[in-house]
Design a protein around this ligand. Sequence first.
Ligand code: TXA
Ligand code: MG
Length: 333
Amino acid sequence: MPQVLSTMSGELDQSLVTAVQVLRAGGLVAFPTETVYGLGADARQEQAVRKIFAAKHRPATHPVIVHLPSAEQLDEWSVDVSDAARRVAAACWPGPVTMVLRAANHVSPIVTGGSNTVGLRVPGHSVALVLLRQFGGAIAAPSANRFTRVSPTTAAHVVEDLGEAVDVVLDAGSTPVGIESTIVDFAQNPPVLLRTGAISAEQLTDVAGVFITMANVGQTASPGQHPVHYSPATKVVACRAERLADCVDYYRRQKERLVVLAWQSELERYSNVVWWQWPSDLEQVGRDLYARLRLIDSQLFDLAIVELPATTGLGAALADRLRRAAGSTEFEG
Ligand code: TXA
Ligand code: MG
């Protein structure tokens, strides 16, 4: 088992000393960010970054995000940074936004997946920030889950997925946002949204002062963004709100035990249908989403039906993750 270290006030200092030692020695430290837990390694040690890929069973062509202690390190890791990108860094960092930029020369191809760009972000979580500051460098970190599994939002999820493959897990409870950062590619002009997240494309367009196109969202623009990402093992079907009644009626005749994750309240009571109703507050749904998707597997349903929310603001990111959980199968029935 990895060492799971507390970040409660009396224990934080000792936990950080251990975590920093492990990073310096080329080991792996899972740590909380405001979005999901990351699986961190010293971004300047290739051998350490390679271990991330082995631990996750992740293909080597998928680049990893480099986490920085502050926006001041932007020019150490990237070149040709546009004014629009600088405005986003100033307004959104620390926070749940990753910017893809032209990589500085020293950045390892293991980190960039062999491309000439690097994803950078300053995470908005106090434990991540003190870790980065005490480490005094950049930490390369994808989400701390096995490849294609749902991202971890608790330390227990990390241990469940990665076990021995990680040396230390800094435990700070549940992550407050619960879904991965928004990714914008500023190496393209105009910039392109590669992944939706808590900060919407509209908000980013306002802050950047340039239009951010959504052209690539939903396609495999970003390696690792293929449609079966974020899937539970149980079959999941996505369904628009207005088709939900038909969808439930169709599958309850075919399956022994199914679960419905919906904003609507239970439509009709069926003996083989379990209904999990989301709260109307979408931020709370974001926080609970991945823990719920993991519960689908642990409770051994034969099928899960997920209602898709309206795709404005945070709804766009939730709909994206729910669609991916469904492997992009949507009820047409
Ligand atoms: O919220 C997050 O972003 C979390 C926390 C830990 O920071 N990290 C995360 O990392 O979700 P990961 O690796 O699971 O997802 C990052 C995505 C991947 O699809 C990766 O391919 C893409 O970002 N990415 C990273 N660097 C890139 C680059 N240079 N160009 C294009 N896509 C990139
Ligand atoms: Mg991931």
